[in-house]
Design a protein around this ligand. Sequence first.
Ligand SMILES: [Fe+2]
Ligand SMILES: [Fe+2]
Length: 206
Amino acid sequence: MMKALTAGVGDEKFEKSDGAGAMSYPIHTLKHEHRVIEQGLRALAGVCLRFSSGEPVPPEALAQLLDFIRAFADRYHHGKEEAYLFPALERQGIVREGGPLAMMESEHQVERELVAELGRDFEAYQAGIPDAHWRFVETAGRFIDLLVGHIQREDQILFRIAEEVLDQTDQASLSAAFKQAEAEIGAGVLENYERIAAELERAWAA
Ligand SMILES: [Fe+2]
Ligand SMILES: [Fe+2]
């Protein structure tokens, strides 16, 4: 499950939409968020490896990982794609039904169901239910596989389409919408999640 998770977070930094000089390119911001999410996925895979070798994992670490997945990967990142990127692509003629947009949206939906299931597995683990950690490992495996593939499909297909079809006006309004989303999540919160993803990866990735 980890073969596709070898890339690290390096060159790309969060593109601040209000940076002076050249306008930030919103697709770069989304790509950078993918690298941050992959750090969380590597941590999750490491946690599963511990479970698989019979080692317990502190509930606090699992809770932090789940919070990162829910708040950063799902609500913030997928939320921005759904609210701003997908509609912008649709306005430029990318068909929704039967195309990449419908596919990405349905993957977000499956991902949400798996996150909810992971949450239930975590609660069962906390409650000391025997073998709950095995269910967590099984759900986490499905979640990682789905999200790794999803991120690849966006990076390699959807974002390439976006780079071709979005004009300067689209990019400017996406940048403004992302800036608004950053403001709504709160000052310093993004940097905090970025730090948490790096810490979780350091602590748990195999
Ligand atoms: Fe997505
Ligand atoms: Fe994405």
